[in-house]
Design a protein around this ligand. Structure first.
Ligand SMILES: C[S@@+](CC[C@H](N)C(=O)[O-])C[C@H]1O[C@@H](n2cnc3c(N)ncnc32)[C@H](O)[C@@H]1O
Length: 675
């Protein structure tokens, strides 16, 4: 058969398969589904046989194929590579809808490819984006913003001009979802924060506020993030939505809150929006904790205690807080208070109450042990701790040795203005940043190992989870030394620059999103916040995998930015035959010239970039319940082999109490067709 015809038929087939996946009718692991595999192979074969460069019509089929595979969250490298290599003329000849589909599908893979991003940016700027209809424009802007094309010349102006020029009737046709995404995209593409709103933003925001149904959930969080950046006031919107706002919106409002009283009010609002009694109590306890952090807010803390007593929501944490406040309010239920989270409480809430019922108040070790026992109690109770079991030992050792070599408990603040005539770093309490608080388990471990007086600032984007963590930290007796910040880490790091002295961060621990580890580390390096003797640690570097972080660190080591790089192989927490890597990178004052220095101008190998995208897709498919443990065992070995093959990166030491388990883990092989 003519390869272009074969491609066309296979792509139609892929579209149907993607549709059945959406209806939940495909088997569990779609990447090994025989029908998907056959279709993927046919596409590959036709690409290999086709005369290059392909015609615009064939390019259209490739785009449709890419879009179908993007919907199935499967990386078809041949299709991606073929599209990437299309001559500019073919891209210019494609119709606007095909270009929109190509860019939006491509964006879903979140590939790190600055050269192609530059190409796409130039292409969009030369083609122009007017006259494509507001819905397509909103979609395209969203893809461009996801790819961070705002970094390239002309892209932001392109979209802001197009939205400013769109006819009123066209904007009127956009629904709440599209308007929300358009606002987010404009803010994301903008090179800086606006003082006053540009016309495009005002028009979109007016159209949004006219909608009968206002944004909610994730979209609302995006709009609340975007509005202040676009110079828009979000108060009117917030007043209308706050009673039904979800956690994404509260997370953003809490991050933006400039003072503790505003945070207290927001947490009280969040408590009214959650159902389970146990979670409501935890959120209100968090509000009391925030109120206690400021001197004049004792009255507000008492008011919340009163409200909790009326609702019968006192927990062991509330009793502790009341005692700390010297409050005379009579608690309810009687001490120790609620130790059951209530019907239908989420696993994380149950985990906290399991700890509240078992931990000795003020004793961090017993609190941590209680969370561990919950996580081990059954497969379904398993919790995502990246610092437990063997990996926990590796990390604790590293933090302890940092504490012993640098910290000793002499007092020196790390706030702005406290570093006049900087003394030597040796002999002062340490400051650590954690990315991904979850229930506060690893933050508690870290702060204790770093030594007396040390502090951890921990970032958590889920406000309910952050509140659970604040309760756990209080029962562990660590509220004075662990500060949970709510929001997206990227924004929180930006905010920290105004608060901390340069070079004041001694340790960083990442356990949030492996896909962004390397970008988050770069942001920290560029912020100037890292000490020249910083210890950087990250978990889950092999499962689900952080190939780009590993590559970044290896390059940084070559450039003497980090002098030591330790990649420790061990079992993943709770899985005996699943390998994971914990990464430890140390800077050394004597060697490290500047952490800000650009590590390298070279780009990671293409295969590594594709591997990173595969790790991300695997995470996505797992969240959809499509990947089981056996498949993961296999996949991590594929990542390990890929790291060695494409970047020469291997583990540097083992921490396997039973080495035969490691050998067994390494025998797993990942079946993956070549496409
Ligand atoms: C694996 S858990 C962290 C476990 C925790 N470090 C421990 O061992 O106790 C990952 C956490 O990171 C949070 N997270 C993910 N991406 C984030 C981001 N971009 N900013 C802030 N928090 C994030 C998630 O909500 C989740 O609670």
């Amino acid at each position: 058969m003519d390869p272009t015809e074969q491609l066309r038929l296979a792509v139609r087939n892929a579209e149907q398969l993607a549709a059945t996946l959406r209806q939940g009718r495909r088997p569990r692991e779609v990447t090994v589904d025989p029908q998907v595999a056959t279709c993927a192979t046919e596409i590959r074969q036709s690409i290999l046989l086709m005369k290059q460069p392909v015609s615009t019509a064939v390019a259209g089929d490739l785009v449709a194929g890419l879009s179908a595979f993007a919907k199935m969250r499967i990386l078809h490298a041949d299709m991606l590579n073929n599209l990437k290599d299309l001559p500019r003329k073919t891209w210019m000849d494609m119709s606007a809808p095909v270009v929109v589909e190509a860019v939006t599908s491509y964006a879903q893979f979140q590939l790190e490819d600055p050269d192609f991003n530059q190409f796409l940016s130039d292409l969009l700027v030369s083609r122009g984006v007017r006259r494509m209809g507001a819905a397509k424009l909103a979609n395209l802007a969203y893809a461009a913003a996801t790819l961070n094309l705002g970094a390239f010349e002309g892209v932001h102006a392109l979209f802001s001009d197009a939205f400013a020029a769109a006819a009123e009737a066209e904007l009127g046709r956009l629904g709440t979802f599209d308007l929300s995404r358009a606002l987010w995209s404009l803010a994301r593409l903008a090179p800086e924060v606006y003082e006053s709103a540009p016309p495009c933003a005002s028009r979109l925001s007016d159209a949004l506020l006219r909608q009968r149904k206002l944004p909610f959930g994730y979209s609302l969080g995006q709009v609340l993030w975007a509005m202040p950046r676009l110079g828009l006031d979000s108060d009117i919107l917030w007043r209308r939505v706050q009673k039904t706002a979800g956690k994404e919106a509260f997370a953003e409002k809490l991050r933006q809150a400039k003072d503790a009283p505003t945070q207290v009010e927001l947490l009280r609002g969040l408590a009214e929006n959650v159902e389970a009694a146990g979670l409501q109590a935890a959120v209100l306890n968090a509000a009391v904790l925030r109120a206690m952090a400021v001197r004049d807010e004792g009255a507000s803390a008492e008011e919340i205690l009163e409200l909790m007593a009326l609702r019968g929501l006192w927990t062991p944490v509330t009793y502790r807080l009341a005692a700390r406040l010297g409050s005379s309010i009579k608690g309810s239920p009687p001490a120790p208070g609620l130790t059951q989270p209530g019907q239908r409480a989420h696993k994380y809430v149950r985990a906290l109450y399991h700890a509240l019922a078992r931990a000795k108040p003020g004793d961090a070790a017993s609190a941590a042990a209680a969370l561990e026992s919950f996580s081990r109690s059954s497969k379904r109770a398993w919790l995502k701790f990246g610092a437990a079991d063997e990996k926990g030992v590796v990390l604790e050792e590293a933090w302890r040795s940092l504490g012993q070599s640098q910290g000793s408990g002499s007092s020196k603040g790390s706030g702005k203005g406290s570093s006049k005539g900087k003394p030597s770093k040796v002999g002062r309490p340490l400051l650590a940043l954690e990315f991904g608080t979850f229930l506060g388990y690893s933050a508690a471990k870290m702060v204790r190992q770093l030594g007396a007086g040390s502090r951890v600032i921990s970032f958590e984007m889920d406000p309910e989870v952050a509140c659970l963590a604040m309760n756990f930290i209080e029962i562990a007796g660590l509220s004075d030394v662990i500060d949970v910040r709510i929001g997206q880490c990227e924004d929180l790091v930006q905010d920290l620059k105004a608060e901390l002295d340069p070079e004041s961060v001694d340790a960083v621990y990442m356990d949030h999103n492996q896909m962004t580890y390397h970008a988050d580390l770069s942001q920290l390096q560029e912020s100037g916040l890292l000490s020249k003797e910083v210890l950087f640690a990250a978990t889950q570097a092999l499962k689900p995998g952080a190939p780009l972080l590993l590559w970044h660190l290896k390059e940084a080591q070559k450039a003497d930015v980090f002098s030591e790089l330790d990649i420790v192989s061990s079992p993943d927490c709770g899985f005996k035959e699943m390998e994971d890597w914990t990464v430890l990178a140390r800077a050394t004052r004597a060697k490290t010239r500047s952490l800000k220095r650009r590590v390298s101008t070279s780009r990671p190998p293409r295969e590594l970039v594709l591997l990173a995208a595969e790790c991300n897709l695997m995470r996505w498919r797992t969240a959809q319940g499509m990947v089981d443990e056996a498949r993961w065992n296999e996949f991590v070995q594929y990542v390990r082999e890929g790291m060695e093959k494409f970047a020469g990166i291997t583990s540097t030491r083992d921490y396997w109490p039973q080495p035969q388990r490691r050998d067994a883990a390494r025998k797993h092989t990942y079946e993956r067709l070549d496409y």
